[in-house]
Design a protein around this ligand. Structure first.
Ligand SMILES: NC(=O)c1ccc[n+]([C@@H]2O[C@H](COP(=O)([O-])OP(=O)(O)OC[C@H]3O[C@@H](n4cnc5c(N)ncnc54)[C@H](OP(=O)(O)O)[C@@H]3O)[C@@H](O)[C@H]2O)c1
Length: 328
């Protein structure tokens, strides 16, 4: 098969090489899948630079890619619920930028009929991450939510999942009015352009001074102080990314007095059992909304697999709204 391999990490996308390599070999509980589409995630940029190696034993060929959609070629003898020819999508710890992948059947999902290959390939990682993060924050119907990087793959998913879970108000931050206008089409109630000033007073005015109950944060250090100010009493943050750094002084006084909860999460490094729980929860609560068209998979752009380096440049420019897809 052909795949994009990473022989040596590096700062420039040109380190990604399109090569012919041996087909993957499925285990007894795995599906072997012919990939039709995979998608970029921010973690791929870190992995390409050498800062986010795949957990576990180093594979012979390092291949990026945390998700895919495609057709089942073969199912191992212990696989349940899937057969050759099925349209599937799923979460991977790596290996998605390739014409074939193997996946444990418990991490795979059937693709709803209304999703194209491109849309399905762009679904698992950001939707499962956003849904799982909002569940971990204990979001309940009627609460107010703040989503940072509202135009990111995770942000676009989080806005819609928060609405589907019954959030009464979803506020988002982004670096351009165009991204905020596009997010409004997906249900964002209040958009804040972070280039226009501090988002915390804008959150206060949008919530009548009460603040938000839940923040889904992908920025980290740079926003922590303002996030603590933007939270309501008993507010919760789930950190899913640290694009604005990992280390900063913390105002513990605000955490105590407002009785706040701060939590971090990752998906890729979780054991199979925990990942499977997140997959099934998404399948039960969010996938029906995607299948009905209420929740939309937003595709920013599509590149052929061989042009993965160009796709990385596009993501590095922060130019995407929604997902960047690689088509096989
Ligand atoms: N924990 C997990 O399991 C998990 C899973 C998936 C993703 N993630 C994390 O979620 C985050 C988003 O990933 P993604 O793939 O959805 O990203 P993406 O589509 O590449 O979007 C990222 C956007 O964030 C904004 N941004 C970048 N740096 C920023 C900064 N320092 N301050 C403010 N905004 C910034 C930019 O938009 P603007 O134009 O608005 O600036 C950029 O386009 C990443 O941190 C990623 O690592 C975590």
């Amino acid at each position: 098969m052909h795949a994009i391999v990473l022989p040596q990490p590096g700062p420039e996308p040109d380190v990604l090489q399109y090569r012919e390599i041996p087909d993957p070999v499925p285990g007894p509980e795995d599906l072997l899948v012919r990939v039709r589409a995979t998608a970029l995630n921010r973690a791929d940029l870190m992995q390409r630079r050498g800062g986010y190696p795949q957990p576990g034993r180093k594979p012979e060929f390092e291949i990026l890619g945390l998700e895919f959609a495609g057709e089942v070629i073969a199912a191992g003898p212990a696989v349940e619920g899937f057969a050759p020819g099925d349209r599937v999508m799923g979460l991977l710890a790596g290996g998605g930028y390739a014409e074939q992948v193997t996946i444990h059947h418990r991490l795979a999902m059937h693709v709803p009929a209304n999703l194209s290959w491109i849309e399905a390939g762009a679904t698992p990682e950001v939707y499962i991450t956003a849904h799982d993060a909002l569940l971990q924050a204990g979001l309940v119907a009627g609460e107010r939510v703040l989503v940072h990087a509202a135009g990111s793959g995770v942000g676009v998913a989080a806005i819609q999942v928060a609405k589907a879970l019954g959030a009464s108000l979803v506020i988002g931050t982004a670096g351009s009015d165009e991204k905020l206008a596009a997010a409004a089409e997906l249900g964002l109630d209040v958009g804040i352009n972070y280039r226009d000033g501090d988002f915390a007073p804008a959150v206060a005015s949008a919530t009548g001074g009460r603040g938000v109950d839940v923040i889904l944060d992908v920025i980290g250090a740079e926003y922590l102080d303002r996030n603590l100010k933007a939270l309501a009493l008993r507010g919760r943050i789930t950190f899913v990314g640290l694009m604005g750094g990992a280390t900063t002084p913390v105002n513990l006084g605000l955490i105590l007095s407002k009785r706040l909860q701060l939590r971090g999460t990752v998906l890729r490094a979780r054991p199979l059992e925990e990942k499977a729980i997140a997959v099934r929860a998404f399948e039960k609560s969010v996938l029906p909304h995607i299948a009905s068209g209420r929740v939309k998979v937003v595709v920013d752009s599509v590149y052929p697999l061989a042009r993965a380096a160009d796709a990385h440049r596009h993501m590095e420019a922060n130019a995407n709204f929604g997902k960047i897809v690689l088509e096989c």
